[in-house]
Ligand binder design. Structure first.
Ligand code: DGL
Length: 272
């Protein structure tokens, strides 16, 4: 059993998709201890109601705090869109004033604002993320002149999870989803979902080289580093043993297999 003062960085996702974000954070900051939790028993979150996404995310955060996480990063775009604000503005204030929960939307929004020249930005994401309009809000906070074209892509997560990325099936689905955005002449595209990074090459071919593609795992690690530099009181509490614990709410062969693929090496997963 760990001592109470040994604090971890937590990374949460609805399933295994967030493991690619954890992989990149660990590359950038290998010294810390991490805990990953995937709520695979209740994934996918993408087509669920805002209320349920908040409830599930809050339960996940509670679990991670109980395991000594001092900072939890919501790697899940759907949870970041639908639950983060309420968690920060109500749940943390009422229950855990000293702990922190961060999401993944703002870094992508900031990057899009820097990248776009013609002020036309596309967002592909789950239906939940699109309906929340969270990307629209965050981009408009930075520049209200930017036009944002969103497309919900409900087929893409199952395509990845059933091993159909980089096949004719994924090609057809991507073409269908991206065509309307290409017609709007976007010059920047946010991949607003943990799973979409695996389509990057295919997407590049469809939208063309001139469209800048923004994918969370490339941006988040630097932002986490900057955050810890700024918040030295929190940083000082973190244990530095380079250990990672992986948890899931359901132990399935798919989670172990896809999780290892997303993380880039074999992982041992414990049940919550
Ligand atoms: N992790 C989710 C996201 O980034 C995708 C999978 C799901 O729908 O749960 O939006």
């Amino acid at each position: 059993m760990r001592k109470k003062n040994q604090k971890f960085i937590g990374v949460f996702d609805s399933g295994f998709g967030g493991l690619n974000i954890l992989r990149e954070i660990v590359k950038e900051l290998p010294q810390y201890n991490y805990m990953y939790y995937g709520d695979s028993a209740r994934a996918p979150y993408g087509s669920r109601s805002k209320e349920l996404i908040y409830q599930f995310t809050k339960e996940a955060v509670e679990f991670m705090f109980s395991k000594n996480c001092e900072l939890v990063i919501l790697a899940c775009n759907t949870a970041s869109s639908d639950a983060l604000r309420k968690i920060q503005q109500e749940y943390l204030i009422q229950n855990h004033l000293n702990k922190r929960v961060l999401g993944v939307l703002i870094p992508s929004a900031e990057e899009a604002v820097v990248k776009t020249k013609n002020k036309k930005v596309g967002v592909i994401a789950t239906e939940g993320t699109v309906a929340s309009e969270a990307f629209v809000r965050e981009i408009h906070k930075l520049n209200s002149d930017i036009k944002i074209f969103q497309k919900g892509c409900p087929l893409l997560v199952p395509i990845v999870e059933y091993g159909e990325s980089n096949t004719k099936i994924s090609q057809m689905a991507l073409e269908k989803y991206l065509q309307p955005l290409i017609q709007k002449k976007i010059d920047t595209l946010i991949l607003g979902c943990t799973h979409y990074g695996v389509f990057e090459k295919q997407i590049k071919k469809i939208v063309g080289k001139k469209v800048a593609i923004i994918s969370g795992e490339k941006i988040i690690p630097k932002k986490v580093k900057q955050y810890l530099e700024k918040h030295s009181n929190l940083e000082k509490k973190l244990v530095r043993e380079g250990i990672i614990h992986f948890y899931s709410s359901d132990l399935t062969e798919r989670f172990a297999q896809m999780g290892s693929d997303f993380f880039g090496r074999k992982i041992e997963v414990e049940k919550k």
